[in-house]
Design a protein around this ligand. Structure first.
Ligand code: SAH
Ligand code: SF4
Ligand code: F3S
Length: 439
């Protein structure tokens, strides 16, 4: 029996692709194993920042030494980095046998079987940004039996000036809503109680349809009707695509979680313009107010880049003040990383690494304090969690998420997984809450 391992880098879309690939390979009789024992290791890679790519290359380098001695493991390079630099990287490593862009993942299972016999390199690049050879498999052998991701649209058309995604994931293409609903039903039949709908701009779903009209709000509503599904989440929302009807659907629907990831990227209007985000600081704040008014218990999270080319100290402070003003539950911060081929990469006024890292540390310290205070405010409240795994620190404790996407750690066993549990919050730190069960 052939043995494979999958290694995931980057975003939730890669987790979904990895889960589908695992399911497809298991359906063909392959066995999943550790990296050490695998005949083939699939690297599902990310190109969002330079560091993400370096990490994958150094891991592949480690396996290359073993491959040269023993002929195992063979490497399959998938995901965004495969699309961006796969040809070059495959020249450096003899162990790399298959390279496929994110929109050609459907051709990978057959290629894997061929490569076991021939050991010849095969390339499946997305030569046209509208290409699509998808893997039509419902990820029933996912990483977590109770939770699943479900990608509803491919690619992105926004071309933010710093971002590699439109170049590696191609143009926006929404999946057929009926096909999405069939897949969601299948996941639920298979024991999944929580689905997260995914898109780079999940709220742009349907905006590329010409023949039919179908909005993201409608898809949210339809998915939530599936019997047996307990919770529905979605990510990532672009502020420009977050239409009012999404809030109308959420307001009246208890299954849709009160958690919205709304990346702001900067708190300064001039930088936002340079980033090509399409909104001002004020527009963003108005949207936040609209969301908070419609959903008073909502949890808002965001993404933010510091040290974008030409960002002055004052402009950086606008990002800090925005965090103070909105008080997000989580902020995913990053220092700007040059992505070759994007508009910002050749801008005059790149910020030096020392300054970028200092700004990153400063803004993280601000958010640390905000998150700690925000989490402490939950102490004493009763919340409902959906336990889905053991807590990282040892057995006897499990963890689950609230509707607002807060992690709560509580005493329990695997018998609690996948079933809603009411808890009282007894403790808090910046990353998670502690609770005791209330039965
Ligand atoms: N589609 C989403 C997020 C895509 S990428 C959106 O529109 O926001 C995930 C995050 O990576 C981004 O939100 C951004 O904060 C970060 N990111 C993207 N390109 C980056 C770059 N060149 N340097 C640093 N961070 C980057
Ligand atoms: Fe990248 Fe912007 Fe598209 Fe998000 S919206 S994936 S940041 S180009
Ligand atoms: Fe990375 Fe590609 Fe996702 S660049 S963040 S894996 S879309």
């Amino acid at each position: 029996m052939n043995k494979f391992a999958i290694k995931i880098y980057g975003c939730q879309m890669n987790v979904y692709d990895g889960d589908r690939l695992r399911t497809a390979m298991m359906n063909r009789g392959w066995q999943e194993t550790t990296e050490e024992e695998a005949d083939v290791i699939c690297f599902v890679t990310c190109s969002i920042r330079d560091k993400a790519e370096q990490k994958a290359v150094s891991e592949i380098g480690r396996h290359e030494c073993l491959y040269k001695k023993t002929g195992r493991p063979m490497i399959v390079l998938l995901g965004c980095m495969a699309q961006r630099v796969g040809q070059e990287v495959a020249k450096k490593f003899t162990s790399i046998k298959v390279v496929a862009g994110p929109r050609h993942i459907g051709l990978v299972p057959d290629a894997l079987e061929r490569v076991m016999k021939t050991s010849e390199k095969e390339f499946f690049m997305d030569t046209d940004p509208r290409d699509l050879e998808d893997l039509h498999v419902c990820p029933t052998a996912g990483t977590n039996p109770f939770k699943s991701y479900l990608t509803i649209s491919y690619g992105c058309d926004r071309f933010c000036s710093y971002c590699i995604v439109p170049y590696v994931r191609g143009r926006l293409q929404s999946r057929n809503p009926d096909e999405i609903l069939v897949e969601a039903r299948q996941l639920v039949q298979n024991g999944v109680t929580e689905i997260t709908l995914l898109g780079q701009n999940v709220d742009a779903f349907g905006k590329d349809f010409t023949a039919q009209k179908y909005s993201f709000a409608k898809l949210l509503d339809a998915t939530s009707q599936i019997e047996g599904l307990q919770r529905l989440r979605f990510a990532t929302s672009h502020p420009k695509d977050f239409d009012a009807d999404i809030l109308d659907v959420m307001k009246n629907n208890d299954k849709i979680c009160r958690a919205i990831n709304l990346p702001v990227q900067s708190g300064n209007t001039r930088i936002l313009k340079e980033m090509n985000r399409g909104y001002t600081r004020e527009d963003y704040l108005v949207l936040v107010e609209r969301i908070k008014t419609a959903l008073p218990d909502v949890s808002l999270t965001t993404d933010l880049i510091v040290g974008f080319p030409t960002e002055t100290e004052e402009e950086f402070l606008d990002s800090c003040s925005l965090l103070e003003q909105v008080k997000f539950d989580i902020v995913h911060t990053a220092a700007y990383s040059i992505r070759p081929g994007t508009r910002a990469a050749t801008m005059v006024g790149q910020i030096d690494e020392v300054t970028k890292n200092r700004r990153l540390n400063e803004i993280n310290a601000i958010q640390f304090k905000i998150a700690k205070e925000a989490n402490e405010a939950y102490i004493g409240q009763t919340m409902e969690i959906l336990p889905d795994g053991f807590a990282p620190k040892g057995r006897g404790q499990i963890q689950g998420r609230t509707k607002t996407d807060h992690v709560v750690i509580v005493d329990g066993t695997e018998n609690d997984f996948g079933k809603l549990l009411t808890v009282e919050i007894t403790g808090a730190n910046p990353w998670s809450l502690e609770g005791t069960r209330k039965e």
